[in-house]
Design a protein around this ligand. Structure first.
Ligand code: HEM
Length: 183
């Protein structure tokens, strides 16, 4: 069963990586490739959520909750998985509700910022999963540059919480400004 979790985890990670790339291409490039990226984004996001739900469900079915919560590394892995799901659910809702207008004007920045934050979070999820099975990657060094030492950081540093609040406020402001422009 543990192999099933490892196998299923490729779906959210793969689709989230693809969706992030499609958002960057759709937001910053023009031409056929950008059009295709914008048009095909919603199905890719929906598939990513289905893959994530399957991976999360199998994770919760395989390992007893007491065991998950006893390991700080596993706790952080699950926390990052849930944050990634939250960010990509937001992206899916935005793209689904806004339709063709999701990339219009300043709105594209909401998608870009969410996709980049989501990219960081799902990369951390996979990295911590790798640490749980003894398959470490160089991405831990990137996390280290941001103050997150994989084997010793089991809390959110204050500056991370401050950055998250600033990002939240900035996204809210962008939303209000673009709503006023279109309204
Ligand atoms: C979107 C959700 C998730 C993703 C993308 C993900 C990803 C991964 C990855 C890539 C690995 C390494 C697998 C390997 O190389 O063999 C892993 C391992 C692991 N994951 Fe997750 N995971 C997710 C959710 C969860 C959840 C919800 C739990 C527990 C409730 C969990 C518990 C574990 C454990 C315990 C391992 C170590 C596996 C082992 O010892 O064989 N994961 N995960």
């Amino acid at each position: 069963m543990t192999g099933t979790h490892a196998m299923l985890s490729h779906f959210p990670i793969g689709f989230w990586a693809l969706a992030t790339l499609m958002i960057l291409v759709g937001a910053f490039l023009s031409g056929r490739l950008a059009e295709l990226s914008r048009a095909a984004l919603l199905p890719v996001l929906v598939l990513s959520l289905l893959g994530a739900l399957a991976t999360l469900t199998i994770g919760f079915l395989i390992w007893p909750m007491a065991a998950n919560l006893a390991s700080p590394l596993a706790r952080n892995h699950i926390l990052m998985a849930l944050w990634s799901l939250g960010i990509f659910t937001m992206l899916t809702t935005l793209v689904w509700r806004a339709g063709d207008a999701a990339f219009d004007g300043a709105r594209r920045w909401v998608l870009v910022i969410l996709a980049l934050v989501g990219g960081l979070l799902f990369a951390a999820t996979g990295t911590l999963g790798g640490h749980l099975v003894g398959a470490t990657t160089a991405f831990s060094a990137v996390l280290g540059l941001m103050g997150w030492e994989v084997y010793t950081t089991f809390y959110s540093p204050l500056w991370v919480i401050a950055v998250m609040v600033i990002i939240g406020l900035a996204l809210g402001a962008i939303g209000i400004i673009s709503q006023r422009k279109t309204g």
